[in-house]
Write a protein that binds this ligand. Structure first.
Ligand code: NAD
Ligand code: DAU
Length: 365
């Protein structure tokens, strides 16, 4: 039986990981530590809120004392670190929070872990799993081979630079102090609870509001999309079978140019409207979807500064050493995702209009 501390467990991937973990390991204890920033939402844990093995703590990963207390009080043996500022565009307009959370926050967690797990009278059994991204490897051109774990780091945005710095700190805490660190570098995730500032949920919710679908630059940038539950599954395998001190790539073998994925989402939403008459009443604003002409909403806009052209993950090591293979096909994963947004308007309306934040303020003030 494991006792996990999951940082950022109220965010998109962290919450999906918590759902996955409690479903697959019902006897394990899970403590979520999350600051509930604009991206963190306690409602993301709704499906598991009544689970007695789940505890939620609102707090900052930079608060080393709090982290030490949680590690001791809950006898945590496994820390899975998702908490981060995660949106590249925000890192361009306001990098400070990225340096604070992604670098200082990770450093603070590593210090707390070292103190509690290594520096006491006896070394305790432990694992520190650091969740990272393919963006630390930089950008690829069309013909380059996909990123492997040996690809040199070359981060290009303040976001990816802050993630790269945190990866190096995690590595150093293993190498120098013997902390049992593993790191995973994953490609673009999609699925339920994805905050609607990111491409796929933004496109779905903009169609439902009949708003433009902004395509940066020429729309030919390529991303490798993975269903979020397959990311959780990959981390599970790293925790079970991964070697400490190692990095593992997790990816979908599923490269799409942005414009094509946007068109694919348009098609799926239109099909839903065509097959279910009640949607036209529920989303009366969605004029283009009702008319079957969502592509008319596509609008090319100014490119993201420093925009990485292509990411692609070579997950051969993870496949060979851990037996990893995504379980969800893109076809089924994206169809489930579109349906989820159509059925969970209350969730995305509230995260977009900020009313969850008002609720969080009341709840925790
Ligand atoms: P997210 O922005 O949806 O969630 C981040 C969570 O961290 C939120 O719940 C937020 O409240 C919390 N948080 C932020 N600052 C905090 C702090 N100082 N203390 C405590 N909690 C804090 O992000 P996500 O998309 O779920 O990404 C999770 C992790 O996975 C990140 O480390 C990200 O770099 C990595 N990652 C994301 C993707 C992706 O496609 N989204 C792909 C690969 C790796
Ligand atoms: O690759 C993993 C990374 O994927 C994670 O580390 C990040 O946390 C996560 O946010 C994601 O980063 P991206 O920048 O790839 O995701 P985003 O959804 O912001 O954008 C996907 C692509 O779509 C990217 O090339 C930019 C483009 N885009 C995005 C938005 C929001 C548009 O063309 N228009 C948009 O409005």
């Amino acid at each position: 039986m494991k006792k996990l501390l999951v940082t950022g467990g109220a965010g998109f991937i962290g919450a999906n990981f918590v759902h996955y973990w409690l479903a697959n390991y019902p006897n394990d204890k899970v403590v979520v530590l999350d600051a509930l920033t604009y991206a963190g939402n306690i409602a993301n844990l709704k499906p598991v809120e009544s689970n007695d093995n789940l505890a939620f703590v609102k707090g900052d990963i930079c608060d080393q004392e709090l982290v030490e207390k949680l590690l001791v009080e809950h006898s945590i043996d496994t820390l899975v670190h998702f908490a981060a500022e995660s949106h590249v565009d925000r890192s361009i307009t306001g990098p400070d929070a990225f340096i604070e959370t992604n670098i200082i926050g990770t450093y603070s967690l590593l210090k707390a872990a070292k103190k509690v797990w290594l520096d006491g009278p006896e070394v305790l059994e432990h694992r520190f799993h650091h969740v990272s991204t393919d963006e630390v490897y930089g950008t690829l051109s069309a013909d380059d081979p996909a990123f492997t774990e040996d690809t040199a780091y070359a981060p290009n945005s303040p976001y990816s630079a802050s993630k790269a710095a945190s990866d190096h700190l995690a590595r150093a805490y293993h190498h120098t102090f013997g902390l049992n660190v593993t790191t995973s570098n994953c490609s673009n995730n999609y699925g339920p609870y994805h905050f609607p500032e990111k491409l796929i949920p933004l496109v779905i919710t903009n169609i439902l509001h009949n708003k433009e679908l902004p395509i940066y630059g020429d729309g030919m940038q390529i991303r490798d999309w993975l269903y979020v539950e397959d990311h959780a599954y990959g981390i599970d395998l790293v925790l079970q079978k991964g070697q400490v001190g190692e990095n593992y790539n997790i990816g979908g073998h599923n490269e799409w140019a942005n414009i094509n994925i946007v068109k694919e989402v348009c098609k799926l939403v239109e099909n839903e409207f065509a097959n279910n008459e009640s949607l036209a009443g529920k989303f009366a604003d969605a004029k283009a979807a009702i008319a079957g002409d969502t592509k008319s909403l596509i609008t090319y806009v100014k490119d993201r500064p420093g925009h990485d052209r292509r990411y692609a993950i070579d997950a051969t090591k993870t496949q060979n050493e851990l037996g990893y293979k995504p379980r969800e096909s893109f076809e089924t994963g994206i169809a489930k995702t579109v349906k989820w947004y159509l059925e969970n308007e209350e969730w995305w309306q509230a995260v977009m209009d900020g009313s969850y934040q008002d609720w969080v303020e009341k709840q925790y003030s």
